[in-house]
Design a protein around this ligand. Sequence first.
Ligand code: NAP
Length: 503
Amino acid sequence: MLDNLTNFLLVAQEGPLLIEPVNADELLDETLNGVLNEVVNGAVDMSTWANFGYLLAAVLFILGIKGMTHPRTAVRGNLFGSLGMLTAVLVTLYVTKVPLIIWLAGILVGTAGGVWLARTIQMTQMPQLVALFNGFGGIASVLVAGAEVIRGASAATDVAVAGVAAGLTGLIGSVTFTGSLIAAAKLQELPRFKKPFSIGGQQIINAVLLAIGLFLVLEMCDGSGWEYLPLTLVALALGVMLVAPIGGADMPVVIALLNSYSGLAAAAAGFVINNNVLIIAGSLVGASGLVLTKIMCQAMNRSLINVLFGKFEVTTSAADADEVYAGKIKSTSADEVAMLLDGVQRVVVVPGYGLAVAQAQHAVREMADLLEANGVTVEYAIHPVAGRMPGHMNVLLAEADVPYDLLKEMDEINPTFSQCDVAIVIGANDVVNPVADTDPTSPIAGMPILNVIDARTVVVIKRSLSPGFAGIPNPLFAADNCLMLFGDAKKVLVELVSALKEN
Ligand code: NAP
């Protein structure tokens, strides 16, 4: 049966093969039959049960990730993932013979912390939380490997393998920890971290720190372990130096990459303590983080090298904004927009971060229902980096039960803006900023945007002319076909809904 388990774990680690449900199911069946036979024969020892528990956890993780691939199955996916984690934790506590009181205390503290975070963190603060989770994952792996180094008792049989695995855990986990803390501070827009900062010769310093880190990792081959502390210190500094100069607009890519690093650190820690489920879960996180990084880079038309080593300059000044907007802004009212919407055929709603801040998703739905009742086609244009986390707008609109088939991705909807009567931009700014196409020095240069400017009329709902995340003015607001409807998105939409009802 252990052969079957090993086979299944190998298949699981190769990831894409799991998409072949027949093979995986057959293997799982064989494995389950093997377990049942051995149970019947009374030949199952504790380590077999533990491996079976880890196998179950791995299967739940994989089903969890599969579930996340579609909004309809995402909640179930989340549940599978959580169950997988609970199974892995319980099995580990059981096999390592941790006293019951410590088990219970740990589960109580962890659950209380999780519930508190889930209840208090706003949806708009989710990216910072994800960044912190990545960082905690990284430092947890560093501590696990560090404890094994101190005990001098790695479960890996080969001293060199154990040393390198511990070294890589220390290196990647520490970079993830400090890099994630800096990323969270930037996303929180803490004053000190709001703007990218760099010092002269930054890239040379980074290269030297990385070289020292790798040298110390290789030095750990002899199993002496003294290198672990200096290695983690160097890597902690490297994490700060790598993320500090990266601009806010590139943070989504950095978070995705750090997510991948936290997985790699966990997988390396799995080799140190010889724990299959850690290797599998870490590899899954590492691989999915890399895929997400690639998707985010494509969405922002940035190469990873450019994000990591390119310089991010905030080229804006108050004078620039004056130059862009002076005398060109046309503001409107909810009543006027309701009249404009009378008799139109197609409306495209473009949600952005401000929609999430105002929690106006239900008001949007109400407006759309009224328009649809009048025979208007209403669709939603979803930019991949709108809001502050991947899928932010999908989650928000799903809360208001907006049908998924009305959510159109950028590539699909962009060619159709010219057949749109009114584009209503709600709390979006950077993702509709035409300078991405026209100004190569702009921080969002090259980022594909939603071409709302092609619509017959654009209505932008926001509170002021303040810039978005990238900190730059938006010439769309001064365009001939653009009307500004100033105010908090929820308040304005409620007014618009009552104006539509009166019409
Ligand atoms: P944005 O460029 O950040 O602009 C949001 C706009 O919402 C602001 O200009 C703000 O203007 C307005 N706003 C804020 N509160 C509002 C309220 N209560 N009512 C109405 N409007 C409100 O947002 P975006 O167009 O969605 O672009 C996202 C940006 O975030 C991109 O630069 C992206 O790279 C970055 N980012 C994305 C992610 C991700 O994964 N999606 C993660 C991190 C960063 P006023 O203050 O004038 O109202």
